[in-house]
Ligand binder design. Sequence first.
Ligand SMILES: [Ca+2]
Ligand SMILES: [Ca+2]
Ligand SMILES: [Ca+2]
Ligand SMILES: [Ca+2]
Length: 453
Amino acid sequence: MINFKNYFLVPCFFIVLIQTSYSNYMSLRNVTIVSDNTGAQTSQVRFNISWENSWKDDVNWDAAWVFIKFKDGSGNWKHATLSSSGHNGGTGTALTIEVPSDNLGAYIYRTSNGAGHITQTDMEVQWDYGVDGVVDMTGIEFRMFAMEMVYIPQGSFAIGDGNGTTMSDGSFRHLNFPYYVIVNENLSPELYGNFKIDGDGGLDFDADGTIDNPDFPTGYKSFYIMKYEITQGQYSDFLNTVTTVQQTYLQPAGDSRMTISKVSGVYYASHPDRGCNGINMVKGMAYADWAGLRPMTELEYEKSCRGPLPAIYGEFAWGTPVKNGRNALVGIENGAEKADIPQRNSGYSIEAYRVGLYAEDTTTRINSGASYYGVMDMSSNLAEYYVSAKLTTNRTFTGLHGNGVLAASGDPDVVDWDTSDCAVIEFIVSKRSGAYSQFINYAHGIRLGRSAY
Ligand SMILES: [Ca+2]
Ligand SMILES: [Ca+2]
Ligand SMILES: [Ca+2]
Ligand SMILES: [Ca+2]
Protein backbone atom coordinates (compact mmCIF):
# COMPACT_ATOMS: atom_id res chain seq x y z
CA MET A 1 0.00 0.00 0.00
CA ILE A 2 1.36 3.41 -0.94
CA ASN A 3 0.71 6.25 1.44
CA PHE A 4 0.24 9.77 0.21
CA LYS A 5 0.40 11.28 3.62
CA ASN A 6 2.25 14.16 5.09
CA TYR A 7 3.81 15.14 1.81
CA PHE A 8 2.86 18.75 2.39
CA LEU A 9 3.80 21.07 5.17
CA VAL A 10 3.92 24.64 6.33
CA PRO A 11 6.87 26.14 8.17
CA CYS A 12 6.69 27.36 11.71
CA PHE A 13 9.25 28.05 14.39
CA PHE A 14 11.18 26.13 16.95
CA ILE A 15 11.67 27.85 20.28
CA VAL A 16 14.17 26.87 22.93
CA LEU A 17 14.05 28.33 26.37
CA ILE A 18 16.00 31.50 27.03
CA GLN A 19 17.83 31.72 23.75
CA THR A 20 16.45 33.15 20.54
CA SER A 21 15.14 30.25 18.60
CA TYR A 22 16.00 28.61 15.36
CA SER A 23 13.51 26.80 13.29
CA ASN A 24 12.39 23.64 11.74
CA TYR A 25 8.84 22.55 11.21
CA MET A 26 8.26 21.76 14.82
CA SER A 27 7.60 24.34 17.50
CA LEU A 28 8.25 24.20 21.23
CA ARG A 29 6.94 27.11 23.28
CA ASN A 30 6.43 28.19 26.88
CA VAL A 31 8.89 25.66 28.23
CA THR A 32 8.89 25.99 31.99
CA ILE A 33 9.21 24.02 35.20
CA VAL A 34 5.84 23.97 36.91
CA SER A 35 6.51 21.82 39.95
CA ASP A 36 9.49 20.46 41.81
CA ASN A 37 9.23 17.37 43.99
CA THR A 38 12.25 17.88 46.20
CA GLY A 39 11.70 14.55 47.96
CA ALA A 40 11.73 12.45 44.80
CA GLN A 41 14.07 14.93 43.11
CA THR A 42 11.89 15.19 40.01
CA SER A 43 10.47 18.21 38.19
CA GLN A 44 7.56 18.58 35.81
CA VAL A 45 8.70 20.35 32.63
CA ARG A 46 5.68 21.84 30.90
CA PHE A 47 5.61 22.96 27.26
CA ASN A 48 3.44 23.55 24.24
CA ILE A 49 4.35 21.68 21.08
CA SER A 50 3.02 21.97 17.57
CA TRP A 51 3.83 20.62 14.17
CA GLU A 52 2.14 20.48 10.81
CA ASN A 53 0.60 17.57 8.98
CA SER A 54 1.13 14.94 11.60
CA TRP A 55 -0.29 11.51 10.92
CA LYS A 56 -0.78 8.03 12.28
CA ASP A 57 -2.27 5.29 10.15
CA ASP A 58 -2.18 1.52 9.92
CA VAL A 59 1.36 1.62 8.47
CA ASN A 60 3.29 4.17 10.49
CA TRP A 61 3.34 7.62 12.09
CA ASP A 62 5.40 10.69 12.65
CA ALA A 63 6.69 11.73 16.04
CA ALA A 64 8.65 14.31 17.97
CA TRP A 65 11.88 13.35 19.69
CA VAL A 66 12.31 15.73 22.62
CA PHE A 67 15.16 15.99 25.11
CA ILE A 68 16.56 18.45 27.62
CA LYS A 69 20.03 19.88 28.26
CA PHE A 70 20.89 21.77 31.42
CA LYS A 71 23.85 23.68 32.84
CA ASP A 72 25.42 22.19 35.93
CA GLY A 73 26.95 24.19 38.80
CA SER A 74 30.24 24.44 36.90
CA GLY A 75 28.58 25.92 33.84
CA ASN A 76 28.86 22.79 31.74
CA TRP A 77 25.95 21.56 29.64
CA LYS A 78 24.68 18.09 30.53
CA HIS A 79 21.97 15.78 29.23
CA ALA A 80 18.84 15.48 31.38
CA THR A 81 17.44 12.10 32.41
CA LEU A 82 13.67 11.73 32.02
CA SER A 83 11.51 9.58 34.26
CA SER A 84 9.86 6.51 32.77
CA SER A 85 6.46 7.77 33.91
CA GLY A 86 4.88 10.86 35.41
CA HIS A 87 4.28 12.64 32.09
CA ASN A 88 1.17 14.47 30.98
CA GLY A 89 -0.26 14.48 27.43
CA GLY A 90 -1.69 17.96 27.77
CA THR A 91 -4.59 19.47 25.90
CA GLY A 92 -5.36 19.15 22.19
CA THR A 93 -4.93 15.85 20.36
CA ALA A 94 -4.62 12.54 22.21
CA LEU A 95 -0.85 12.08 22.25
CA THR A 96 1.34 9.33 23.64
CA ILE A 97 4.58 10.17 25.46
CA GLU A 98 7.00 7.29 25.36
CA VAL A 99 10.37 7.32 27.08
CA PRO A 100 12.77 4.61 25.87
CA SER A 101 14.66 2.56 28.42
CA ASP A 102 17.78 4.77 28.40
CA ASN A 103 15.60 7.73 29.55
CA LEU A 104 17.47 10.16 27.27
CA GLY A 105 14.39 11.71 25.72
CA ALA A 106 10.78 11.11 24.81
CA TYR A 107 8.83 10.30 21.68
CA ILE A 108 5.55 12.11 21.26
CA TYR A 109 3.07 10.79 18.70
CA ARG A 110 -0.62 10.40 18.01
CA THR A 111 -2.29 7.82 20.19
CA SER A 112 -4.93 7.01 17.57
CA ASN A 113 -5.04 7.02 13.80
CA GLY A 114 -5.57 10.46 12.36
CA ALA A 115 -3.97 13.29 10.41
CA GLY A 116 -3.60 17.04 10.66
CA HIS A 117 -1.82 19.73 12.61
CA ILE A 118 -0.83 19.17 16.21
CA THR A 119 -1.28 22.14 18.53
CA GLN A 120 -0.78 20.77 21.99
CA THR A 121 -0.68 22.84 25.16
CA ASP A 122 0.46 22.04 28.66
CA MET A 123 2.24 18.78 27.94
CA GLU A 124 4.61 17.67 30.67
CA VAL A 125 7.59 15.39 30.86
CA GLN A 126 9.11 14.48 34.19
CA TRP A 127 12.81 15.25 34.65
CA ASP A 128 14.48 12.85 37.08
CA TYR A 129 17.05 15.45 38.08
CA GLY A 130 18.35 13.64 41.14
CA VAL A 131 19.84 11.02 38.81
CA ASP A 132 21.69 13.84 37.06
CA GLY A 133 23.34 14.98 40.27
CA VAL A 134 21.26 18.14 40.60
CA VAL A 135 20.45 18.88 44.23
CA ASP A 136 18.55 22.13 43.82
CA MET A 137 16.59 23.26 40.78
CA THR A 138 16.73 26.90 41.79
CA GLY A 139 18.35 28.91 39.04
CA ILE A 140 19.04 25.91 36.82
CA GLU A 141 19.29 26.90 33.16
CA PHE A 142 17.97 24.35 30.73
CA ARG A 143 16.93 24.05 27.11
CA MET A 144 14.49 21.70 25.48
CA PHE A 145 14.87 20.44 21.93
CA ALA A 146 12.45 18.76 19.54
CA MET A 147 12.89 17.22 16.12
CA GLU A 148 10.59 15.46 13.70
CA MET A 149 10.98 11.74 13.24
CA VAL A 150 9.20 9.08 11.22
CA TYR A 151 8.52 5.59 12.58
CA ILE A 152 9.47 2.79 10.21
CA PRO A 153 7.78 -0.50 11.13
CA GLN A 154 9.31 -3.96 11.23
CA GLY A 155 9.07 -5.83 7.96
CA SER A 156 10.84 -7.18 4.91
CA PHE A 157 12.08 -4.98 2.07
CA ALA A 158 14.28 -4.95 -1.03
CA ILE A 159 17.90 -3.78 -1.24
CA GLY A 160 19.58 -3.03 -4.54
CA ASP A 161 17.73 -2.28 -7.75
CA GLY A 162 18.99 -4.85 -10.25
CA ASN A 163 16.33 -6.05 -12.67
CA GLY A 164 18.14 -9.11 -13.97
CA THR A 165 20.06 -7.37 -16.72
CA THR A 166 21.23 -4.10 -15.23
CA MET A 167 21.57 -2.29 -11.89
CA SER A 168 22.87 0.91 -10.32
CA ASP A 169 26.59 1.25 -9.57
CA GLY A 170 27.53 -0.07 -6.16
CA SER A 171 24.08 -1.53 -5.48
CA PHE A 172 23.39 -4.64 -3.45
CA ARG A 173 22.71 -7.67 -5.63
CA HIS A 174 22.82 -11.42 -5.80
CA LEU A 175 26.28 -12.93 -6.03
CA ASN A 176 26.40 -13.75 -9.70
CA PHE A 177 23.69 -11.78 -11.36
CA PRO A 178 22.23 -8.26 -11.22
CA TYR A 179 19.05 -8.74 -9.27
CA TYR A 180 17.93 -7.08 -6.06
CA VAL A 181 17.77 -8.97 -2.76
CA ILE A 182 14.94 -9.27 -0.22
CA VAL A 183 15.84 -8.72 3.43
CA ASN A 184 13.46 -10.72 5.61
CA GLU A 185 13.58 -12.92 8.71
CA ASN A 186 15.55 -15.61 6.86
CA LEU A 187 19.21 -15.75 5.94
CA SER A 188 19.52 -14.23 2.45
CA PRO A 189 21.18 -15.83 -0.53
CA GLU A 190 24.84 -14.89 -0.93
CA LEU A 191 25.30 -11.31 -2.05
CA TYR A 192 27.98 -9.85 -4.30
CA GLY A 193 30.86 -9.18 -1.92
CA ASN A 194 30.39 -12.60 -0.30
CA PHE A 195 28.11 -11.89 2.63
CA LYS A 196 24.57 -12.64 3.74
CA ILE A 197 21.93 -10.76 5.69
CA ASP A 198 19.38 -12.16 8.11
CA GLY A 199 16.82 -9.43 8.77
CA ASP A 200 16.27 -10.26 12.42
CA GLY A 201 19.50 -12.21 12.83
CA GLY A 202 22.26 -9.87 11.71
CA LEU A 203 25.17 -9.88 9.26
CA ASP A 204 27.11 -12.93 8.07
CA PHE A 205 30.35 -11.30 6.93
CA ASP A 206 31.73 -14.26 4.97
CA ALA A 207 28.60 -16.07 3.74
CA ASP A 208 29.46 -19.21 5.69
CA GLY A 209 26.01 -19.38 7.25
CA THR A 210 27.15 -18.25 10.71
CA ILE A 211 26.16 -14.75 11.80
CA ASP A 212 29.13 -12.57 12.74
CA ASN A 213 27.31 -9.48 14.02
CA PRO A 214 23.83 -10.24 15.37
CA ASP A 215 23.18 -6.61 16.28
CA PHE A 216 23.91 -4.86 13.00
CA PRO A 217 20.78 -2.80 12.18
CA THR A 218 19.63 -4.55 9.02
CA GLY A 219 16.53 -2.39 8.58
CA TYR A 220 14.17 -5.30 9.17
CA LYS A 221 13.35 -4.31 12.73
CA SER A 222 11.53 -1.09 13.55
CA PHE A 223 13.28 2.24 13.96
CA TYR A 224 12.79 6.00 13.94
CA ILE A 225 14.52 8.15 11.35
CA MET A 226 14.60 11.96 11.11
CA LYS A 227 11.99 13.30 8.70
CA TYR A 228 14.57 15.75 7.33
CA GLU A 229 18.33 16.12 7.23
CA ILE A 230 19.79 17.97 10.22
CA THR A 231 19.26 21.65 9.53
CA GLN A 232 21.65 24.53 10.03
CA GLY A 233 19.39 25.79 12.82
CA GLN A 234 19.50 22.47 14.62
CA TYR A 235 23.25 22.27 14.24
CA SER A 236 23.60 25.79 15.69
CA ASP A 237 21.52 24.75 18.70
CA PHE A 238 23.86 21.81 19.15
CA LEU A 239 26.99 23.98 19.03
CA ASN A 240 25.54 26.29 21.66
CA THR A 241 25.42 23.53 24.27
CA VAL A 242 28.96 22.14 23.96
CA THR A 243 32.28 23.48 25.25
CA THR A 244 34.35 26.03 23.35
CA VAL A 245 36.94 23.34 22.60
CA GLN A 246 34.20 21.12 21.19
CA GLN A 247 32.72 24.05 19.25
CA THR A 248 36.00 24.71 17.49
CA TYR A 249 36.28 21.07 16.53
CA LEU A 250 32.66 20.65 15.45
CA GLN A 251 31.79 23.85 13.66
CA PRO A 252 30.96 23.42 9.98
CA ALA A 253 33.30 24.43 7.20
CA GLY A 254 32.30 27.63 5.46
CA ASP A 255 30.55 27.72 2.11
CA SER A 256 28.19 30.09 0.34
CA ARG A 257 25.21 27.96 1.32
CA MET A 258 26.39 27.41 4.89
CA THR A 259 25.06 30.25 7.04
CA ILE A 260 26.14 29.29 10.56
CA SER A 261 28.32 31.90 12.23
CA LYS A 262 29.28 32.82 15.77
CA VAL A 263 28.08 36.24 16.88
CA SER A 264 28.90 37.49 20.38
CA GLY A 265 29.74 33.97 21.44
CA VAL A 266 26.51 32.42 20.15
CA TYR A 267 26.15 30.29 17.04
CA TYR A 268 23.43 31.46 14.71
CA ALA A 269 22.18 30.34 11.30
CA SER A 270 20.76 33.07 9.11
CA HIS A 271 18.99 30.33 7.11
CA PRO A 272 18.11 27.86 9.85
CA ASP A 273 15.88 25.65 7.67
CA ARG A 274 18.61 24.79 5.19
CA GLY A 275 20.10 21.35 5.35
CA CYS A 276 23.36 21.48 7.30
CA ASN A 277 26.24 21.07 4.86
CA GLY A 278 29.93 21.52 5.56
CA ILE A 279 29.99 18.68 8.07
CA ASN A 280 31.45 15.21 7.83
CA MET A 281 30.24 11.88 9.16
CA VAL A 282 32.17 12.35 12.41
CA LYS A 283 30.48 15.67 13.16
CA GLY A 284 27.14 14.14 12.30
CA MET A 285 27.82 11.30 14.70
CA ALA A 286 28.82 13.81 17.37
CA TYR A 287 25.39 15.38 16.97
CA ALA A 288 23.88 11.90 17.32
CA ASP A 289 25.82 11.21 20.51
CA TRP A 290 24.74 14.59 21.92
CA ALA A 291 21.06 14.02 21.02
CA GLY A 292 20.79 10.40 22.20
CA LEU A 293 20.44 9.20 18.61
CA ARG A 294 22.60 7.03 16.33
CA PRO A 295 23.70 7.04 12.70
CA MET A 296 21.54 4.98 10.37
CA THR A 297 22.68 2.15 8.14
CA GLU A 298 22.39 2.10 4.37
CA LEU A 299 20.02 -0.85 4.75
CA GLU A 300 17.73 1.30 6.90
CA TYR A 301 17.97 4.02 4.26
CA GLU A 302 16.72 1.72 1.50
CA LYS A 303 13.92 0.43 3.72
CA SER A 304 12.87 4.00 4.59
CA CYS A 305 12.70 4.92 0.91
CA ARG A 306 11.12 1.89 -0.65
CA GLY A 307 8.99 0.37 2.07
CA PRO A 308 7.86 -3.18 1.24
CA LEU A 309 7.51 -2.51 -2.50
CA PRO A 310 9.61 -4.29 -5.13
CA ALA A 311 12.75 -2.47 -6.26
CA ILE A 312 12.76 -0.58 -9.54
CA TYR A 313 15.99 -0.04 -11.45
CA GLY A 314 17.27 3.51 -10.95
CA GLU A 315 14.40 4.57 -8.70
CA PHE A 316 14.48 7.57 -6.44
CA ALA A 317 12.97 7.79 -2.96
CA TRP A 318 9.58 8.71 -4.45
CA GLY A 319 9.41 5.32 -6.13
CA THR A 320 10.05 6.07 -9.81
CA PRO A 321 13.26 6.36 -11.86
CA VAL A 322 12.17 9.77 -13.17
CA LYS A 323 13.68 12.90 -11.65
CA ASN A 324 11.55 15.97 -12.10
CA GLY A 325 14.12 18.64 -11.28
CA ARG A 326 13.72 22.37 -10.86
CA ASN A 327 16.03 24.92 -12.44
CA ALA A 328 16.18 27.43 -9.62
CA LEU A 329 14.46 28.69 -6.50
CA VAL A 330 12.04 31.61 -6.65
CA GLY A 331 11.17 33.86 -3.74
CA ILE A 332 13.22 35.03 -0.80
CA GLU A 333 14.69 32.15 1.17
CA ASN A 334 12.70 32.76 4.31
CA GLY A 335 10.51 29.68 4.23
CA ALA A 336 8.32 30.84 1.37
CA GLU A 337 10.76 30.01 -1.42
CA LYS A 338 9.68 27.42 -3.97
CA ALA A 339 10.92 25.63 -7.03
CA ASP A 340 10.72 27.82 -10.13
CA ILE A 341 8.47 25.25 -11.78
CA PRO A 342 5.73 23.86 -9.51
CA GLN A 343 5.46 20.21 -8.61
CA ARG A 344 9.16 19.42 -8.79
CA ASN A 345 10.75 16.87 -6.52
CA SER A 346 14.45 17.68 -6.61
CA GLY A 347 17.11 20.22 -7.48
CA TYR A 348 19.07 20.41 -10.71
CA SER A 349 22.28 20.13 -8.77
CA ILE A 350 23.35 19.33 -5.24
CA GLU A 351 23.12 22.19 -2.78
CA ALA A 352 21.89 22.99 0.69
CA TYR A 353 18.36 24.36 0.64
CA ARG A 354 15.31 24.41 2.90
CA VAL A 355 14.46 20.92 4.05
CA GLY A 356 11.07 19.74 2.82
CA LEU A 357 11.13 22.37 0.07
CA TYR A 358 9.06 20.36 -2.41
CA ALA A 359 6.21 19.55 -0.06
CA GLU A 360 3.31 21.93 -0.60
CA ASP A 361 -0.40 21.87 0.07
CA THR A 362 -1.34 19.78 -2.93
CA THR A 363 1.73 17.67 -3.55
CA THR A 364 1.70 13.89 -3.95
CA ARG A 365 4.39 11.44 -2.99
CA ILE A 366 6.09 11.85 -6.37
CA ASN A 367 6.13 15.61 -6.69
CA SER A 368 7.03 16.23 -3.06
CA GLY A 369 9.85 13.70 -3.31
CA ALA A 370 8.63 11.82 -0.22
CA SER A 371 9.58 8.26 0.55
CA TYR A 372 7.07 5.44 0.94
CA TYR A 373 6.91 6.12 4.67
CA GLY A 374 6.80 9.92 4.40
CA VAL A 375 10.49 10.69 4.97
CA MET A 376 11.56 13.83 3.06
CA ASP A 377 14.56 14.70 0.89
CA MET A 378 15.91 11.16 0.78
CA SER A 379 16.71 11.68 -2.93
CA SER A 380 17.17 15.43 -2.91
CA ASN A 381 18.84 18.31 -1.09
CA LEU A 382 22.07 17.05 0.53
CA ALA A 383 23.73 13.71 -0.08
CA GLU A 384 23.77 11.81 3.20
CA TYR A 385 26.20 9.77 5.29
CA TYR A 386 25.23 6.28 6.43
CA VAL A 387 26.86 3.31 8.10
CA SER A 388 27.83 0.84 5.38
CA ALA A 389 26.90 -2.83 5.46
CA LYS A 390 29.84 -3.65 3.18
CA LEU A 391 32.80 -1.82 4.68
CA THR A 392 34.77 -3.98 7.10
CA THR A 393 35.28 -1.09 9.52
CA ASN A 394 31.56 -0.32 9.62
CA ARG A 395 30.30 -3.85 10.05
CA THR A 396 30.97 -4.03 13.78
CA PHE A 397 28.27 -1.38 14.30
CA THR A 398 25.69 -2.69 16.77
CA GLY A 399 23.30 0.23 16.72
CA LEU A 400 24.18 1.61 20.14
CA HIS A 401 22.66 5.01 20.86
CA GLY A 402 24.56 8.07 21.95
CA ASN A 403 24.38 8.92 25.66
CA GLY A 404 24.19 12.72 25.44
CA VAL A 405 27.88 13.20 26.31
CA LEU A 406 30.78 13.79 23.90
CA ALA A 407 34.48 13.20 24.41
CA ALA A 408 36.25 16.35 25.61
CA SER A 409 37.61 16.76 22.09
CA GLY A 410 34.10 16.89 20.63
CA ASP A 411 34.37 13.44 19.11
CA PRO A 412 31.55 10.94 19.44
CA ASP A 413 32.69 8.23 21.85
CA VAL A 414 30.22 5.40 21.38
CA VAL A 415 32.33 2.28 21.22
CA ASP A 416 31.06 0.72 18.01
CA TRP A 417 30.76 3.87 15.91
CA ASP A 418 33.44 3.82 13.22
CA THR A 419 34.96 7.23 12.56
CA SER A 420 37.17 6.12 9.69
CA ASP A 421 34.76 5.37 6.89
CA CYS A 422 31.12 5.52 5.79
CA ALA A 423 28.75 5.17 2.86
CA VAL A 424 27.37 8.18 0.99
CA ILE A 425 23.97 8.13 -0.67
CA GLU A 426 23.18 10.81 -3.18
CA PHE A 427 19.90 10.47 -5.05
CA ILE A 428 19.28 7.06 -6.60
CA VAL A 429 18.21 4.82 -3.74
CA SER A 430 20.55 1.93 -4.44
CA LYS A 431 23.50 3.75 -5.99
CA ARG A 432 26.55 4.29 -3.81
CA SER A 433 29.58 6.50 -3.94
CA GLY A 434 32.34 6.05 -1.39
CA ALA A 435 33.50 8.51 1.22
CA TYR A 436 35.53 8.81 4.35
CA SER A 437 34.00 9.86 7.63
CA GLN A 438 36.46 12.73 8.03
CA PHE A 439 35.84 14.04 4.52
CA ILE A 440 33.85 17.26 4.35
CA ASN A 441 31.75 17.94 1.31
CA TYR A 442 29.61 21.04 0.90
CA ALA A 443 26.88 18.94 -0.66
CA HIS A 444 26.75 16.36 2.12
CA GLY A 445 24.75 16.24 5.33
CA ILE A 446 23.22 13.64 7.60
CA ARG A 447 20.02 12.43 9.20
CA LEU A 448 19.92 10.28 12.31
CA GLY A 449 17.57 8.03 14.19
CA ARG A 450 17.08 5.42 16.88
CA SER A 451 16.25 1.75 17.06
CA ALA A 452 12.66 1.11 18.13
CA TYR A 453 13.12 -2.48 19.26
CA1 LIG B 1 16.26 -14.84 11.23
CA1 LIG C 1 30.03 -15.90 9.07
CA1 LIG D 1 19.06 14.20 1.05
CA1 LIG E 1 28.93 9.60 24.31
